[in-house]
Design a protein around this ligand. Sequence first.
Ligand code: IPE
Ligand code: IPE
Ligand code: MG
Length: 237
Amino acid sequence: MPKHIAIIMDGNGRWAKKRFLPRVAGHKRGLESVREVVGACKELGVEYLTLFAFSTENWRRPQDEVSFLMDLFIRALEHEVDKLHNNNIRLRVLGMRERFSAELLERIERAESKTANNNGLTLSIAADYGGRWDILNAVNHLIAQGVTQIDESALAEHLSMSWAPEPDLFIRTAGEQRISNFLLWQLAYSELYFTDCLWPDFDRTALEQAIDSYWQRERRFGRTSEQLPDHLRRDIP
Ligand code: IPE
Ligand code: IPE
Ligand code: MG
């Protein structure tokens, strides 16, 4: 099983458009997919699930859509946190935070501290997150400490997910094949999986298909196939 799955949840707007609904109806429906995928990951024994909910570039969207998304985030925290907590899920939020409202900030802080000691699935929500911001933020922390030379491990220690292994499996829905400034550093050796399925249609079966595809991959990390232990090789049945 992949330990860490990272997902770009894309296609909410198109899902709504297909049904002649406003874009925000797609976001609302997308929250149901989040519930289903979180439940499935927990049952399957995935340890870390990281969901891209709002990028540093998404502020460029129409004001009413941005407000709706911020409200949806607040309401989701309000209604889901107890359930997450009862399921031993730890919630973490990755990203900038400075641009969030006081109410959202407070809900995030409460949710994180309430679930801090849970040791089941760790669910990370990337909101006002950008991979470039993450790297620059780490570099700036190091500069502030007076560090003059940065190596990989020093940088990795200051990234926003330093406490998690890098994603094994990256999923993007809705047919787009790009990273859109998600986890740039951490995706260096992740297996990439793209599906045309729109996020509101993404369910447990779709997740299992992605995991099946992951199972077919041979992760070589620069080595040759022959150098891998037999159980990691894909040319040996
Ligand atoms: C993903 O769906 C959700 C967010 C980026 C917040 P989109 O809203 O990007 O849906 P499409 O790409 O327009 O279909
Ligand atoms: C990426 O989706 C960000 C999130 C899913 C939160 P977008 O829909 O914003 O990405 P682009 O603009 O198509 O690259
Ligand atoms: Mg999109």
